[in-house]
Design a protein around this ligand. Structure first.
Ligand code: PLP
Length: 394
């Protein structure tokens, strides 16, 4: 008889977004005249920028032409896109080889698939509060998970300590849900720690485009020593509005070697075995993001979310609530007022002012007592939510 992967039985049910949806639905059934403002979503609301749409249309037309049509694409990514990404890194002073860049269908896919490169006996460190997929992907693989709680005291940016020794180390910066961003010196501590212990850092840079403070690292490869201990996973989802279009990229340096095995070579072998690459059309759209015009247009979209962040941050300052994130991240992480629990605060905001956020407890137990606002909503709703927050909590 077939034996299923019994590790699935060890997954904890995730009720976070289900519960939020249920509570909002029930509230609206009882209060149909009320307008609920959603600052809980992690999805973007602005469409793809013009230069990307134009490139996508042109690529569709290419597929209708005998001369310009593309069949299977290289599994590791089209040379034109790998080169555009390599040049994008070079513009920021990071030298990569084109074959250190892999095109992906997005960070989620990659964060799950990349675990194929690690032995099941490897342990995985997850700094909490965390994006839930890190834990679940390793539970499915049957790995030991080491949970490292972060807190207000360390600004949700913990230092490596002996408790954090693990084979795989997840670092998400800017962080979802806390919005906290590791400084260069803080990240250097983790890079040195990983090199010392022979660990590999999986650096989730899904929100790097939101960093506006030039002193903060957008890539782990800005840190000396990272090429021997890190894999960087990036996404065009939040950077360029590709959540529904799907495109990302991953950097695996040639210098990343353990037990004589090159992670770059292994990933080439993995991709050529397990995928037939990302669609030509999407890769053409993605390449447009890295043109000067594309960079300008995505910045304009991001600036709308950044203005939303300012509205919420100003409201929280006015109210006097502690928060982090927002300035270099699309997420704002605040301490619930008056010692409220995170679900208690959720109900309070929904019932009193019809503002929906995400309870921190859903991102790990150390998130209890905290709350996440996303800045991906519309400017109108965000402005009104900020006004209602001030009126209620000032
Ligand atoms: N990593 C983090 C921290 C995220 O918050 C998300 C999506 O919300 C992802 C990865 C997944 O991104 P993608 O849309 O590229 O799969």
């Amino acid at each position: 008889m077939t034996t299923p992967n019994m590790n699935y039985a060890n997954l904890k049910d995730s009720y976070l977004f289900f519960n939020i949806g249920q509570k909002v639905r029930r509230y609206l059934e009882q209060n149909p005249d009320k307008r609920v403002l959603r600052l809980g979503i992690g999805d973007i609301t602005r469409p793809l920028c013009d230069v990307v749409i134009k490139a996508l249309h042109e690529a569709v037309d290419d597929q209708a032409s005998f001369d310009r049509f593309h069949g299977y694409m290289p599994e590791v990514g089209a040379p034109f896109l790998r080169e555009a990404i390599r040049n994008h890194y070079a513009d920021r002073g990071i030298e990569l080889k084109v074959d250190e860049v892999f095109v992906s269908s997005g960070a989620s896919d990659e964060l799950g698939d990349i675990l194929d490169l690690f032995d099941r006996s490897n342990s995985a460190l997850v700094i909490e509060p965390a994006y839930p997929a890190y834990v679940d992907a390793n539970v499915i693989a049957g790995r030991e998970i080491i949970h490292l709680a972060s807190s207000k005291e360390n600004g949700f940016l913990p230092h490596p300590t002996d408790d954090a020794k693990a084979d795989i180390i997840y670092i998400c910066s800017p962080n979802n849900p806390t919005g906290a961003v590791f400084s260069r010196s803080q990240l250097k501590e983790w890079v040195d720690f990983a090199n010392k212990h022979g660990s590999v850092i999986l650096f989730d840079a899904a929100y790097e485009a939101f960093i506006e403070d030039d002193s903060l690292p957008r890539s782990v490869f800005e840190i000396e020593g990272a090429k021997t201990c890190a894999i960087e996973i990036c996404s065009l989802s939040k950077t360029a509005g590709f959540t529904g279009t799907r495109l990302g990229y991953t950097v695996i340096p040639k210098a990343l070697v353990r037990n004589g095995m090159s992670f770059n070579d292994m990933w080439v072998r993995n991709r050529t075995t397990k995928t037939n690459g990302v669609s030509y059309i999407l890769q053409k759209g993605g390449a447009a993001v890295f043109t000067p015009e594309g960079q300008q247009q995505i910045k304009e979209n991001i600036s709308v979310y950044k203005n939303n962040a300012k509205l919420i941050m100003n409201a929280l300052d006015e109210i006097g609530l502690w928060f982090c994130g927002g300035k270099n991240s699309p997420y704002i992480w605040l301490e619930c007022p008056k010692g409220m629990g995170s679900w208690e605060f959720f109900d309070y905001l929904l019932n009193e002012i019809q503002v929906v956020g995400t309870p921190g407890q859903g991102f790990g137990e150390c998130g209890e007592g905290y709350f996440r606002f996303s800045t991906f909503g519309s400017p109108e709703d965000t402005k009104e939510a900020a006004r209602r927050l001030c009126e209620l909590l000032r």
